[in-house]
Design a binder for this molecule. Structure first.
Ligand code: ADP
Ligand code: MG
Length: 229
């Protein structure tokens, strides 16, 4: 396993008092698996994904990532865990507008302070993996939504993370692009990564190895009709 929640919950403090967005949850995220996290808006999906991504801390219980109890890490150790072990993909792509596709993909490697040659090679490899090499010199606004999301996926995988977390990655895409993007994510899982995908679209279960539902902050496993993947 790459990540594990052990009886972890998340309560936000609001002016109206404490609000539990995620109930006590025990969940394992495995390598070579596409885990689908389904649920309606406001159910706690992003909260769950943010916990797994070490973006927020559990209020109670434990979070383990890459063999470490995250609560025992310093701020810089946690930042390094996020940069080196986790890739993020968001609904709105979050590409940097003034950078080309390849410069966007190279960005995490620049933050890792790798050498020129290695950055060039790894960026080219990541772009090839998502079939976007020919578009590498384009700026985000010159690309379709589906193409921008493939660049965002290349950026998430360029550091060779063990865990790829995707928050509604297909919500802004047309049907064809949904297929392309989900196929890329499925290929990543087959190559050995742990891939967790948040969605409110039950049609995406066909791409999943496992699925859970989040409703009012409560996580329950759901059965997949077919054993595809
Ligand atoms: P989802 O991603 O399923 O739409 P979220 O995890 O974003 O759900 O939110 C779950 C609940 O927690 C919602 O009611 C939301 O308003 C609330 N919430 C999320 N983030 C915060 C926050 N930082 N402070 C207070 N409440 C929050
Ligand atoms: Mg959300």
């Amino acid at each position: 396993m790459i990540a594990e929640l052990k009886g972890a919950n998340k309560a936000y403090q609001t002016p109206a008092g404490s609000f539990t967005a995620l109930d006590k949850t025990t969940l394992v995220v495995n390598e070579a698996e596409l885990l689908l996290i389904i649920g309606p808006s406001g159910s706690g999906k992003t909260t769950l994904l943010s916990l797994l991504g070490c973006l927020i801390d559990p209020s109670e219980g434990q979070l383990w990532v890459d063999g470490k109890d995250v609560a025992t890490l310093s701020a810089s150790e946690k930042a390094s865990l996020r940069l080196n072990r986790i890739g993020f993909v968001f609904q709105q792509f979050n590409l940097l507008a003034p950078l080309t596709a390849e410069e966007n993909v190279a960005f995490p490697l620049e933050m890792q302070k790798l050498g020129r040659a290695e950055i060039k090679q790894r960026t080219a490899d990541a772009l090839t993996k998502v079939n976007m090499s020919e578009h590498r010199r384009k700026f985000p606004k010159q690309l379709s939504g589906g193409q921008q999301q493939r660049i965002a996926i290349a950026r998430a995988l360029v550091t060779n993370p063990k865990l790829v977390l995707c928050d509604e990655p297909t919500a802004s895409l047309d049907k064809n692009s949904v297929d392309t993007v989900m196929n890329e994510l499925q290929a990543l899982a087959r190559s050995g990564k742990a891939v967790a995908v948040v969605t409110h679209d039950p049609r995406l279960t066909v791409y999943a190895n496992r699925a859970i539902e989040v409703k009012n902050g409560i996580v329950t496993p759901i059965a997949l009709e077919k054993t595809q993947a």
